[in-house]
Design a protein around this ligand. Structure first.
Ligand code: NDP
Ligand code: 1BO
Length: 323
């Protein structure tokens, strides 16, 4: 059961957050999952027309090449590489020490870049190449978290990535990683919106100086939770004369997280980043932070759970019974 604490609202209207490494991450980034054929246009619009500087992608999204075309076009249009922040994530089939560097090199090639700003463990589970959904017996392999992290640390030392981090971890898994990490994870990317606040994980990261990025801030798509039409969100949006999307992004920022909304519509892409120069007042922030129904959209069941053969027999197993 998620706790109903209200994370402190941020007072200042920050456009970026400082990471443990000293680098900064833009407060609002652009998500690219399920961007499909629109990916190149959407990323270009996001960067050049709307002013996003962070692009979040992954080989699992099948569009790194398209994102690469958009990054190149944006640079031709005058945006400098040093002003962009590009994140990618090795997929679970590459989560073994001998595959991490090759996975990164593949992403760099697809993205036409010579370094990434951030490289995140996508999910803390190791899958066999070509694993089925849901996994068949033998598809879920042992995850050598320490071996993989050591390789990620080497990527930082070799200036191939500026920062490394994690996604979809539990407190338990993060505690384990912190016991051996020589380079701290700078960022923890987790599902977070008013329908899944994940307060405990946010608190734990903040206590350890680890910046949190909120993914699926609008409740995601295709079987997600439509937070855009949530009653509380709609009421606050109407009161503030903002769109529900803007309220959801701003709520994440005021919790101290960066936020990475995805859209394939130019007008929404532009709308979702117009979240500066205004605040959600405290009483509305509290209303958004106390929505009773708390449930993950992305629980990982289809990717990693096999009721019959395990090793993860339930969603609770994946999340170490922390929900
Ligand atoms: P979001 O919460 O960003 O929601 C995207 C959905 O909202 C789409 O259907 C989009 O439709 C719609 N939408 C966008 N803006 C508006 C708006 N202003 N009004 C109404 N509807 C809107 O979902 P995602 O799951 O894509 O999460 C964002 C990003 O986070 C991903 O794209 C990915 O980069 C990252 N992510 C990372 C994960 C991880 O495991 N590390 C897991 C999941 C996401 P349309 O496109 O038609 O506008
Ligand atoms: C299966 C990938 C989830 C989005 O990052």
């Amino acid at each position: 059961m998620a706790q109903a604490t209200v994370n402190r609202p941020q007072e200042e209207d920050t456009k970026s957050f400082r990471l443990l490494s000293g680098h900064t991450i833009p407060a609002v980034g652009f998500g690219t999952w399920r961007s499909g054929a629109e990916a190149t246009n959407s990323v270009f619009t996001a960067i050049v027309e709307a002013g996003y500087r962070h692009v979040d992608t992954a080989p699992e999204y099948g569009i790194e090449e398209e994102v690469g075309h958009a990054l190149q076009a944006s640079m031709r249009a005058g945006v400098e590489r040093k002003d962009l922040f590009v994140t990618s994530k090795p997929w679970c089939s590459d989560l073994s020490p001998d595959r991490v560097r090759t996975a990164l090199k593949n992403s760099l090639e697809m993205l036409q870049l010579d370094y990434l700003d951030l490289y995140l463990i996508h999910w803390p589970f190791h899958l066999k190449q070509g694993a089925s959904k849901p996994p068949k017996p033998g598809d879920v392999l042992e995850f050598d978290m320490e071996g993989v992290w050591r390789e990620m640390e080497k990527l930082v030392k070799d200036n191939l990535v500026k920062d490394i981090g994690i996604c979809n971890f539990t407190i338990n898994k993060l505690q384990k990683l912190l016991r051996f990490a020589q380079t701290m994870p700078s960022v923890c990317q987790m599902e977070m919106h008013p329908g899944w606040r994940n307060d405990k994980m946010l608190d734990f990261c903040m206590e350890n100086g680890i910046h949190v990025t909120a993914y699926s801030p609008l409740g995601s798509s295709e079987g997600g939770r439509d937070m855009i039409h949530d009653q509380t969100v709609e009421i606050v949006a109407k009161k503030l004369n903002k769109s529900p999307g803007q309220v959801l992004v701003k709520w994440g920022l005021q919790r101290g997280t960066s936020v990475i909304p995805k859209s394939s519509h130019p007008e929404r892409i532009k709308e979702n980043i117009k979240v500066f120069g205004w605040q959600i007042p405290e009483q509305d922030f509290i209303a958004l932070s106390t929505i009773l129904e708390q449930k993950r959209v992305l629980d990982g069941a289809d990717l990693f759970v096999s009721k019959s053969c395990g090793p993860f027999k339930s969603v609770a197993d994946l999340w170490d019974d922390e929900d």
